[in-house]
Each structure stands twice: as structure tokens, then as C-alpha cells.
Design a protein around this ligand. Sequence first.
Ligand SMILES: NC(=O)c1ccc[n+]([C@@H]2O[C@H](COP(=O)([O-])OP(=O)(O)OC[C@H]3O[C@@H](n4cnc5c(N)ncnc54)[C@H](OP(=O)(O)O)[C@@H]3O)[C@@H](O)[C@H]2O)c1
Length: 227
Amino acid sequence: MTVTLITGANKGIGRETARQLVALGHDVWIGSRDPARGAAAAAEVGARSVQLDVTDDDSVRAALATIAAAGTGLDVVVHNAGVLTTDLDGPAALRSFDTNAVGIVRVTEAALPLLRASAAPNVVTVSSSAGSFWAVTNPERAEYGLPLALYSASKAAATMLTLQYAKAHPGIRFNAVEPGPTATDMTAAFGIGRSAADSARVVVALATTGPDGLTGTLTDEAGPLPW
Ligand SMILES: NC(=O)c1ccc[n+]([C@@H]2O[C@H](COP(=O)([O-])OP(=O)(O)OC[C@H]3O[C@@H](n4cnc5c(N)ncnc54)[C@H](OP(=O)(O)O)[C@@H]3O)[C@@H](O)[C@H]2O)c1
């Protein structure tokens, strides 16, 4: 059985990704910084839960140790945890980069020993086209008008980290995904987006492609995007 860890999966796109992967037969670990919210989501979708705060090295190490101790391995990691702020100051910048970019390094480094032991390791970063230099400099694209400096910059870093991991580990697939504008708590102030279930399908498509699938891309539901 394919074993999958999804960070920040207690709600939103992460929880819907968990629900769909469980339905496809994955053994899913819901990572949640709040254990009670994680347990509730896991019970709802038929997954397991593990406390995991992507900004906390000890929490990340303990979460991966819990998964290792379960003895069922780990095949797929979905870096889904993320924050969006319109604030623009030092603390907001540190929090944005810590969660959206550094968290990917923490979780990937802790997961690599298990991923290397998998027959079909696959890592998906839920990034954003708001972090695409091509999109934010293209007046035809909605991202051109988005005043989200810290979100865009930290997602650009998330995408670059994913690309660098893909180059460093040719035996493991690493792709960044733009799931599409989605109505979640993150975007509630903007009143935009489709259902989390619709966007989760884009994440699930990348998380379930075989070993010959794409690696080192930023992809949306139509295929790879320019950087
Ligand atoms: N919504 C969109 O239109 C859209 C578009 C493009 C990309 N994305 C990306 O999709 C991903 C999911 O976002 P969403 O829209 O589903 O938003 P959401 O409903 O706000 O979910 C965000 C998730 O991240 C978790 N999280 C935040 N900080 C964390 C931390 N330090 N450690 C662990 N988990 C943490 C949250 O946990 P708590 O409940 O504890 O806060 C929550 O489970 C994000 O990476 C986002 O940037 C979203």
C-alpha cells in the first residue's frame, strides 16, 4: 500500500487531498500542528494523524520518527502546509518563509531516509503560480496584479527548493503544483476560488503518477508552467 504524508492536512486543500488519496487506497498520514484538529480530520477521512508543525525541527523529527516506527514506510510526501499574509514587515516575512519555504527543507530532510527506501518515492509541493516569475511579470495573468509580496516570494523559494531537490535526487520525483484559486480559510478575505475538492484533484494527479512521471516542474492542471 502506498503510504503518504500530507502536511497541514487538517483542513482545506490538504484535507481534501487526504480524503481523495484514502479513496484511492493510500495509507495517509495527516500532519497537523494541532493534534486535536489533526485527529478530527483523520477520523473524518479515514487516515492516521501525526502532530507536525513545519516550523519546528523537533516536531518534524518526531513526526517522521512516528511514521518510521509504524513500520509501513513512506512513499509520498505532500508539502501542503502554508500561510498567506498581506502584512509586510520582518516578523511576517520570517513566518512566511519559515512556513512556506524552510518547512519544505525540514520535512524533506527528515523524510529522505524513508523515501530512499521506497520503490516509487514522490514529493509534491503545493506551491503557487503567485511564486512564478513568468506569471507575476505577465500582464495577461491574474498573478500580475496580486500585491502579495511575502506569499509570492516564499512560494518562489518553495518552487526553487523543489526544483533543486529534483536535481539532487534523480531517483525521487519532486514537483511543485499550482492547485488553482480555491475557497479556503486562506483566501476567505478575497472571496475567490473553487472548492478544495476540485483543487485537491490537481494535487492528487501529481501524487499518484508513476515512477516515469514528471519531475522538476511547476505544474497546474493544464500541465507544466513557465518559471
Ligand atoms: N487557496 C488557494 O487559492 C491556494 C492557491 C494556490 C496555492 N495554495 C496553497 O495550498 C496550500 C493549502 O492552502 P489552503 O488554501 O488549503 O489553506 P488553509 O485552509 O488555510 O490550510 C492551510 C493549512 O496549513 C496549515 N499550516 C499553517 N502553518 C502550519 C505550520 N507551521 N505547520 C503545519 N501546518 C501549518 C494550516 O494549519 P492550521 O489549521 O493549524 O492553521 C492548514 O492546515 C498552501 O500551501 C497554499 O499556499 C492555495
